[in-house]
Design a protein around this ligand. Structure first.
Ligand SMILES: NC(=O)c1ccc[n+]([C@@H]2O[C@H](COP(=O)([O-])OP(=O)(O)OC[C@H]3O[C@@H](n4cnc5c(N)ncnc54)[C@H](OP(=O)(O)O)[C@@H]3O)[C@@H](O)[C@H]2O)c1
Length: 350
């Protein structure tokens, strides 16, 4: 019941992608007492009205009285940037509220109880797995207080990201690369390395870009510095020959065994308000993120090509393992063609 409306809520919620962080993606559909849709809405961006308020304010209580409100996340019951949605739902006289997931944020939760205390029937758990997937960044942030980490990679069918001389242009088609750029905008920041910046000199358009540059190898003339806000991470802070450009901040993170501590980096980025990270780097960083169990998701674009070069760079450069049982497990959440290529989205198995 109400699955069709909930799917519409998910579609509406996705319109806010890349704009609502640190808030969740939420969509809402309102049905009148005959079951006909009379309004819908979504959370457009951080600080804007919640989805329920967005949908309710388009109609009057006379129109909604006795109707059903479908929303993918539990309506809030607290005063935040906007007043509690549960109060508005009560004022609008709805008789039933249908949700996908409870709000894990203790500050915002309690909406369901409040609605029930006011005689409103609440149905929970409609398409809850899909709802959980839609808001996977938000749920990780609230429960673990850490950013959600995605690795994006483009490989040949034999798993290579570059030839042995570092050449990687281009493994996948323009269409696949455009889609990868669209995915990038759904996350708070990009993460890359000085090795990748030196090899490819990419611009990597994004509002926030984090570059690991432990030994201050960059000189700020690289294209990546031309747009967005940059955070350079190193262990030395002041080893650059010249002052960094105005859009660039340097954060010092300690290293061990000549490697920056990734866990500390991610914790520090979370303190800086970065709730999700989209890593677009080479095999060493990818391998290290996997080795330390820090990847929540991998988006792998695959081109139907075989490089057939043993010394070509693999998508993931890790240590020698003795048994296949040591592999890190993910599950396949999405598989789509972007002809002539395709991409697979894997999520960390719990
Ligand atoms: N096809 C694709 O999807 C794709 C995407 C990006 C790049 N590439 C290709 O990948 C190649 C570069 O790959 P790569 O493996 O040489 O470099 P990488 O993975 O991009 O960067 C590795 C470097 O990052 C630094 N780093 C800092 N902290 C680290 C940590 N905790 N763990 C691991 N590394 C850390 C290290 O440099 P320091 O020693 O200076 O700390 C290390 O040498 C290029 O040829 C590029 O074209 C392909």
């Amino acid at each position: 019941m109400y699955e069709r409306e909930m799917k519409k809520c998910f579609r509406l919620a996705k319109k806010g992608m890349g704009k609502t962080s640190p808030n969740p993606l939420v969509g809402c559909v309102i049905l009148d007492r005959e079951g006909k849709e009379i309004s819908n809405g979504y959370h457009h961006r951080y600080g804007a009205n919640h989805a329920e308020r967005d949908a309710l304010l388009k109609i009057t209580p006379d129109e909604s009285r006795g109707g059903v409100l479908v929303v993918n996340l539990e309506p809030c019951s607290h005063y935040g940037k906007t007043p509690p949605c549960s109060e508005l739902i009560i004022q609008y006289g709805l008789k039933k509220v249908v949700i996908s997931n409870r709000d894990p944020n203790p500050k915002a939760a309690g909406g369901i109880e409040k609605l029930r205390q006011n005689g409103i029937e609440v149905i929970e758990g409609v398409l809850s797995k899909e709802g959980q997937f839609l808001n996977r960044v938000f749920f990780k942030n609230i429960v673990q207080k850490e950013p959600y980490i995605v690795i994006k990679t483009a490989t040949t069918a034999d798993g290579k990201i570059a030839a042995s001389n570092g050449n990687s242009k281009w493994i996948t088609s323009q269409k696949a690369r455009n889609l990868a750029r669209k995915f990038r905008q759904e996350f708070d920041a990009i993460l890359t390395t000085s090795a990748t910046v030196i090899a490819d000199n990419p611009e990597m358009k994004h509002k926030k870009k984090i570059i690991l540059d432990r030994e201050c190898k960059l000189n700020f003339s690289e294209k990546i510095f031309e747009t967005g806000n940059i955070i350079l991470i190193n262990n030395l802070q002041s080893c650059y020959q010249k002052l960094p450009p105005e859009n660039t901040q340097i954060i010092k993170i300690e290293e061990a065994d000549k490697k920056l501590n990734l866990k500390k980096i991610f914790n520090r980025l979370y303190e800086e308000g970065i709730n999700s990270v989209f890593a677009e780097a080479g095999s060493k960083l990818n391998g290290e993120i996997i080795k330390q169990d820090l990847a929540d998701e991998i988006i792998q674009f695959i081109a139907p090509k075989i490089l057939n070069d043993n010394s070509g760079l693999s998508g993931f450069n890790g240590d020698t393992v003795q048994s296949v049982s040591e592999a890190k497990n993910f599950y396949l959440a999405e598989l789509k063609q972007v002809p002539p290529d395709f991409y697979a989205r894997y999520i960390k198995a719990q």
